[in-house]
Design a protein around this ligand. Sequence first.
Ligand code: ZN
Length: 158
Amino acid sequence: MAILEVIKAGNPVLKQVAKPVKKVDSRLRRLMDDMAETMYKADGVGLAAPQIGQSIRLVVIDVGEGLLELINPVIIKREGKVTDSEGCLSVPGIFGDVERAERVTVEYTTRFNKRRALEADGLLARCIQHECDHLDGTLFIDIAASLRQEAPGERENG
Ligand code: ZN
């Protein structure tokens, strides 16, 4: 496995609409392994493929409940509204309050090429929305109500 470089805001790859993953193969699984390792090393809770320079629809997430790998994720249901603080590994040192759906259902393909659906709330729901935004070229700083410098105890989350 390998630690990958996390692309920072200002790089055009982060503004692109990522392309669907066409084939779930050993190359893609290796990329997911590297993305997970990179996310853990950076103390993040999520990482989207465009953040490591690959404009494809793939994200990894771990909010402390185990590793989730979402290939071609599509949020099919959103319920409720909640505003909370967010950060991003591609925007180091900046945090902002972002309104998100409180609960989401996401459909995705697994590394074993099975289509699944997952219902999530809390931090996981927020993280899924943040990472799926990356696949459409949207950063949290584009939609945050307010931005601020890092405060003690806050951490970059995805
Ligand atoms: Zn992010």
